[in-house]
Design a protein around this ligand. Structure first.
Ligand code: HEC
Length: 238
């Protein structure tokens, strides 16, 4: 009984708070739920301008069971200081991320995470300082594909298979406009043409079946394939 009244008061208070919230320089993608608390992200971001189309940078709440955001808010605009508040973060949420979502609001890449005690601060608004970081398309490819699946062989331990360094800070220079060692006349990344790029072909076709290492063993899910495709087709910016 007591609990019900408390949560009712809390719901009313958060509804009032949500209604008076400053919208800031962002687009909204989700209707606000009138329950839950808020998470306020502050960060200095670069690379925001590289996104356009069905993938976008967002502040989003998730639970551990699903890759689909419970609630989210798009972050767009020019590079620089960002101050965005996500409200309606209910108890169901176990993490809030600065991330990339697709048009189904499914997580594609994660740049920074607020979870555990830091998320459940007990305050009505939890602060999430994501520092200074790049949220470019390449940074998304780097964190969600290269760092997790490729650098073990391609540069992470010093040596790089096929002389190809896919490590942070080196991958762009190693790939874009560079000739392939395995495919005669092939280019690793042809800006604007994913299908014509050896990198993309390596991950999406049986091209590497006869190589010393068959890359079809590196399971890259559809979301990450689409991310790489969007990065290359969008001009393979740094
Ligand atoms: C287990 C080790 C290993 C992993 C993991 C691995 N590679 Fe490779 N990769 C190789 C080897 C070995 C070659 C050279 C094959 C040959 O010479 O026949 C190669 C070659 C390549 C080439 C061709 C380079 C060229 O100049 O033509 C590309 C592109 C490539 N890898 C991309 C990737 C990407 C992207 C990932 C992660 C999704 C990845 N690799 C993960 C071992 C690996």
């Amino acid at each position: 009984m007591h609990k019900t009244i408390t949560s009712l008061i809390f719901a009313l208070a958060s509804a009032l708070l949500a209604a008076s919230c400053d919208d800031g320089p962002v687009d909204e993608t989700a209707a606000y739920s009138q329950e839950g608390h808020s998470v306020r992200l502050t960060a200095t971001l670069s690379g925001l301008h590289t996104w356009d189309g069905s993938l976008y940078v967002a502040l989003a709440a998730f639970n551990d069971e699903s890759d689909y955001a419970i609630t989210s808010r798009r972050i767009s605009g020019t590079d620089g200081t960002v101050d965005v508040t996500l409200s309606g973060v209910t108890e169901e949420a176990t993490r809030v991320e600065l991330c990339v979502l697709n048009n189904l609001r499914q997580r594609v890449a994660t740049f920074a995470t607020l979870e555990g005690d830091a998320l459940l601060s007990g305050e009505e608004t939890t602060l999430f300082d994501a520092g200074t970081r790049s949220v470019s398309m390449l940074s998304a490819v780097q964190t969600s594909v290269f760092n997790t699946t490729c650098t073990g062989c391609h540069g992470g331990n010093g040596g790089a298979a096929a002389g190809l360094f896919l490590t942070d800070g080196r991958s762009h220079e190693a790939l874009v406009g560079k000739p392939s060692k395995k495919v005669a006349d092939g280019t690793l990344v042809k800006a604007g043409d994913a299908e014509g790029s050896v990198l993309y072909q390596t991950l999406t076709t049986s091209l590497s079946k006869g190589w010393h290492y068959d890359h079809t063993a590196e399971v890259i899910d559809q979301r990450r394939r689409s991310l790489i495709q969007a990065w290359i087709d969008g001009g393979a910016e740094e």
